[in-house]
Design a protein around this ligand. Sequence first.
Ligand code: NAD
Ligand code: MG
Length: 389
Amino acid sequence: MKSLAILGATGSIGRSALKIVRMHPDRFDVQVLTGATNVRLLAEQIQEFRPAMVAVLDRDRADELAKLLDADKRPEILWGEDGFETAAQWETADMVLLAMVGAAGLKPALAAIEAGREIALANKETLVMAGDLVMAKAKEKGVDILPVDSEHSAIFQCLQGNRRRDFKRIFLTASGGPFRTRPLDTFADITLADALNHPTWNMGHKITIDSATLMNKGLEVVEAVQLFGITQDEIEVLVHPQSIVHSMVGFKDGAVMAQMGVPDMMEAIAYAFSLPARLELSTGFPDFAALGALTFEAPDLKKFPSLEFAFEACRQKGTLPAVMNAANEVAVAALLEERIRFMDIFSLISEVMGRHTRIDNPDLSGIIEADYWARETAVSLIAQTSKPK
Ligand code: NAD
Ligand code: MG
């Protein structure tokens, strides 16, 4: 029996993780659940999975949640940054699934590593912001960081049974998002609904927008550099619209290993939970005969400059990846509130990265300061340019 702490339980990844627990009650139990604001769903999850503790965004949400639960069945309810850190270090959990979205995942990730918990990592923003710190801490504490992001899970799976020194290249696949074939000269007309309409994956709003801008793939380039200890020059991004090949690894003898499956996060989450064992799931196999062909193409960097931003952030390192991530988070939030247009995301990130004075080898406070600076800068740029509706 493995005891889990699921941080970000009310989100897309968190709900998929709980489906796996539901299908395999003999293998997993849930000790900790966290959510931000959706206390109603969290209350349902608590009734079903009976965790020992939960954490939510703030005190008001904690009070609201407590009211939804019978006093005798209430777990310990905490809130805010301290609550999430306590959740990440909860004594009775063996493994922590980090499935919160955005920069809020960083401190819980560091807390879980500090406590020596095994980690299943979905929250890629953590590695983009502070990958050097996080990976060094994990090494120091002997903690395994198991990838949940489907591409990184694929790479991790392809590396099993091979020697690290034999691997030369990562082929990181991308669906291409909803605007892969849309001409650049119509990008100005893209609506929020267009951007939220992902062709192959069903995910939370932030990552769905990141997939439309291809910033998701940019973040994943940084994530791969950190997880697999390679350089950005050894990563080739390939657009693969069918989303069947989740990524590939090339070896020095020219062999290429691919990991495939239907576009569903259950498999990658389950693998992180139980490797090397594989769990029975109901996802099924791709219908290769119906698919007919799997296609690959180079990404269009004119349409999606976010990939360039990410490669540049990898090259320069220091505080620049954290600044890119923060500017992107602000831009995506502004798009979701329809305060900026789709195309503005690119100019905003580029402008904030261009204005940043980079610091080498930042410590945690240096990263948090850079993140804060980038958010402030992005917010003021948006205020200057956005016209009231
Ligand atoms: P989501 O928006 O569906 O869920 C996010 C979760 O984080 C929710 O439980 C929410 O309550 C919580 N949360 C939000 N803001 C918070 C805050 N400030 N403090 C604490 N908790 C907060 O997101 P998702 O699609 O499940 O993605 C979660 C993470 O996994 C992201 O980092 C994403 O990039 C990564 N990821 C997601 C997918 C996918 O298919 N959804 C695939 C690969 C990687
Ligand atoms: Mg991914």
